[in-house]
Ligand binder design. Structure first.
Ligand code: GLU
Length: 312
């Protein structure tokens, strides 16, 4: 394995557990992203592990200036102190390029010239059109040749998962034709490089896990353990997100925000008057078995300004 994929030794905890929160800095922390932060934090702390923070700012056009600072401020207001330095994916472009070069040399990737419109016209799922066309990877979109994609895995909360979503099983896009590296590539490269052993995140990313596990296999790296928590939605299929006008967390009420998030995660029994009391009690009681085994849980419409028409 080459250096750029060797886990950084300072990241390991004594028992080897490394967890992470990896937000895209596209807006302030909202209830939905607090859930992912809190669940991954509690899992790490309950296992005496490290909990690191990585800003997934790879898709620069979608990132919002200053959102990283707002996210960090909100995490700290909720007592969620990360370990070590914050990583920014925008500072790691040469590493992603080196990984693409390595995969190119191994003939595991190919250049793809298909436009979204063409793929839509062919039914919407990429059928591998350019696999044997011999296009260069330079200046074109780059796809992973997924000959034996990993489609089933064991999730610590949801149990055995079999990914059947057709998009999740197509040849994964690693780099877009405009040069932007895909989430699927950089998340795996960074989780390997940071020695992440446990990934606790929202179920909206469940289907991407097939592509991630395939990439771990091709890169000859040990895959982490996965636990997917339900996502908060204001209506069926309407996940709380920036696009969906999720309301920014009120930093004046961190205790209340934490207690609501804990109730969502199956820990409504946790009580406490201060942030640190609440986090201590939650860490002591954290168990995968308490988390609802569901991909989505409907929350109060007030979490989104979409419903109230108010802007904050
Ligand atoms: N950056 C991704 C997001 O904000 C999360 C990545 C992950 O947890 O794998 O949705």
């Amino acid at each position: 394995m080459q250096d750029f994929l060797s886990p950084i030794s300072t990241n390991s905890s004594q028992n080897g557990y490394v967890g992470r929160f990896a937000p895209s800095p596209t807006g302030p922390l909202h209830f939905g992203s607090l859930l992912a932060a809190l669940a991954s934090y509690l899992d790490a702390r309950a296992n005496n592990g490290r909990w690191i923070l990585r800003m997934e700012d790879i898709d620069q056009p979608r990132c919002v200036d200053g959102a990283d600072q707002l996210i960090m401020q909100a995490l700290l207001a909720h007592g969620l102190q990360w370990d070590g330095d914050v990583w920014y994916q925008s500072a790691r472009l040469p590493v992603y390029q080196a990984v693409i070069q390595r995969l190119t040399a191994q003939q595991q990737v190919y250049g793809c010239v298909c436009t979204r419109k063409q793929i839509r016209a062919q039914g919407g799922v990429y059928p591998g059109t350019c696999r044997t066309a011999g296009h260069s990877t330079a200046g074109h979109a780059v796809r992973l040749q997924c000959n034996s994609i990993v489609t089933s895995f064991s999730d610590a909360i949801l149990g055995q998962i079999c990914v059947t979503e057709p998009h999740a099983l197509e040849d994964t896009l690693l780099q877009r034709s405009d040069g932007i590296y895909s989430y699927n590539l950089v998340v795996v490269v960074d989780d390997i490089a940071q020695g992440v052993t446990h990934i606790v995140r929202g179920s909206d990313l469940l289907d991407t896990t097939a592509a991630h596990l395939t990439l771990y296999k091709i890169l000859d790296a040990k895959a982490p353990a996965y636990a997917h928590i339900p996502v908060a939605a204001t209506a069926k299929g309407r996940k709380l997100s920036k696009q969906n006008h999720a309301r920014a967390l009120d930093l004046a009420t961190p205790e209340d925000n934490l207690l609501r998030a804990l109730a969502f995660l199956g820990l409504s029994s946790v009580k406490g008057d201060t942030v640190s009391d609440i986090l201590d009690a939650a860490t002591a009681n954290w168990q995968y078995g308490n988390v609802p085994k569901m991909q989505e849980v409907i929350v109060d419409e007030a979490e989104s300004t979409y419903h109230t028409g108010r802007n904050n």
